[in-house]
Design a protein around this ligand. Structure first.
Ligand SMILES: Cc1cc2nc3c(=O)[nH]c(=O)nc-3n(C[C@H](O)[C@H](O)[C@H](O)COP(=O)(O)OP(=O)(O)OC[C@H]3O[C@@H](n4cnc5c(N)ncnc54)[C@H](O)[C@@H]3O)c2cc1C
Length: 248
């Protein structure tokens, strides 16, 4: 794993998906250190003096592929105080600081995997999914849930990989199917078919034939992680086959 570095970045683009969910592309002023799919960065919008202490920040999964060292993508949802501050500060041309890479939420390609993603939790998996090749030898099932279909991010990449990689499968869930008026106007064009409601372990085990023999990776808000960790344990999945990207 690389040693974490602090790097100043310029905000290139900010895309609003509606529901106060955003995708942000950052241009780092020097190439970022090597990182693994599933790792995360700290982002601060404070005036940071590299000679001083690291200021208040929040952590976000690195959604862009690990081969990209000159551009970083992250997605965030406004939940509380600091993400509201990030929402107000992040504009194209703004300067922010990041430090990276961190985390050990790295998918082991040597096992069958079930990826459970809630909301912007998908970003812990996108670099891994994007790097899957057609000869990937083990099954990878993604169960991805969002508030509404428009908030299923990275749809085009996921659908392209479903076409290209025979061992990759996906289940989509949306809590509400009503159109989200604040979503981008072209969102409806490429929506995958969704199951209504939240992700359930019943549907995952029903659709994924070898789920019981897979390693489960959970990424999303804390209540989701708690529910699925308990549900998987109740189904007899051993603790060492349940990995979480613990959100706080
Ligand atoms: C490893 C890791 C990766 C992460 N990756 C991502 C990512 O890719 N994208 C992403 O969006 N987030 C991600 N998070 C979560 C993110 O870092 C923030 O912790 C989260 O957005 C909360 O920050 P905040 O400033 O909005 O909330 P804070 O003000 O710090 O509050 C903490 C929590 O309290 C609750 N809360 C506070 N105020 C309110 C309120 N008014 N209404 C309801 N609830 C409230 C929220 O649940 C909030 O999460 C990740 C976290 C971890 C640990």
């Amino acid at each position: 794993m690389s040693m974490p570095r602090k790097i100043r970045c310029t905000v290139e683009t900010v895309a609003s998906h509606g529901g106060r969910v955003y995708t942000v592309d950052l241009h780092p002023e020097s190439p970022v250190p090597a990182f693994h799919p599933g790792q995360f960065l700290h982002l601060t919008v404070e005036d940071y003096d590299p000679a001083g202490f690291w200021p208040e920040s929040r952590v976000f999964s690195i959604a862009s592929p690990s081969r990209e060292r000159h551009r970083l993508r992250l997605c965030y949802a406004v939940k509380g105080r600091y993400t509201a501050r990030i929402e107000a500060a992040l504009r194209p041309g703004a300067t922010v600081w990041i430090k990276l890479p961190y985390g050990e939420f790295v998918i082991d390609p040597a096992d069958a995997a079930v990826l459970l993603a809630g909301g912007t939790g998908i970003t812990a998996f996108t670099a891994f999914i994007e790097a899957l090749t057609p000869d990937h030898p083990h099954s990878v099932w993604l169960a991805y849930g969002a508030r509404c279909p428009e908030l299923l991010l990275f749809r085009d990449m996921i659908l392209a990989q479903l076409d290209r990689v025979p061992s990759f499968h996906a289940l989509f869930f949306a809590e509400h199917d009503a159109p989200n008026p604040a979503a981008s106007p072209d969102a409806a064009l490429t929506l995958p078919a969704c199951m209504p409601g939240r992700i359930t372990l019943d549907s995952v085990f029903h659709h994924a034939p070898n789920a019981a023999a897979s390693v489960f990776y959970l990424s999303g808000p804390p209540p989701m992680l708690k529910t699925f960790s308990a549900g998987l344990a109740a189904r007899g999945v051993p603790a060492d086959r349940i990995r979480t990207d613990a959100w706080e």
